[in-house]
Design a protein. Sequence first.
Length: 306
Amino acid sequence: MIVEFGILDRHSDWPGCVVCLGTFDGVHLGHQHLLRETVDRARALRLPAVAVTFDRHPVAILQPDREPLHLMTLDQKLRAFEPSGLDLVVVLGFSHELARMSAQAFWEKLIVGSLGAHQAVIGHDFVFGHERQGTGEWLAERMPTVVVPPLIVDGQRVSSRLIRQAIAEGEVAQAARWLGRDWVMRGAVVTGKQLGRTLGYPTANVQPSEKSCVPAHGIYGGWCDTPSGRYLAAISIGTRPTVAGEGRTVEAFLLDYPGTNLYGKVVELGFQYRIRSEERFDSLEALIEQMEKDVALVRNGAQKTS
């Protein structure tokens, strides 16, 4: 899969393509269905399969005060595209200039002019161009267009908004059902107060982007990808009420981790299930006893699902 940033200069030997367009935050099951449709149609026509997406959520430019929290970074999105079989991903920098471009100009300059698209595939709710002129019906009047209907899983229409809501409520297992994989938070390891070390459970204090989704306060089971490999993780999100913590923290205790310094490193936390809510304990001894149970649950839970 090749990734290009910005509108391409079309080469004379470029055969055209089948193109899909979308924001694709989360690359959830609905997005994956759309990508499969694109690849299948491209293979049938013996053409490249191309996805066009943006470097940020369009709302970040159009209505910054209403920008939704992100399910993934751009790097994570591009990695999530890889299993789809796409031949090319075009990443457009979303700007006020692009937002002011009419649907006709976008279609002429990019979809036809740059990509030479033979067919387009879009989700049922995707629109493009100034004042949202470029609907599925509008596009279908100009070229063969497939509008992929919504995907229903567990009685719900799968959407990025639905998954954000599930994560905010701590329902990470349900979010994973709609994503088709564990939800993953990316962040840098920063220096904390090192209280976990004094309690016998040294943790990595992970600082996500301020625009990232963060699950509800509580204790979660999952994993952590580090530069030296993947480790089971008991993840705590909250204010650490037992030790009078200040502000929300995201801390991960990595089971069987050899102890290599992670400060300044970027790690990824995969959330698989919620163990319990955050609690205030009457003593450090009671807290340590509960932490032992939490870690045992993470280890045993992994053994049951392996």
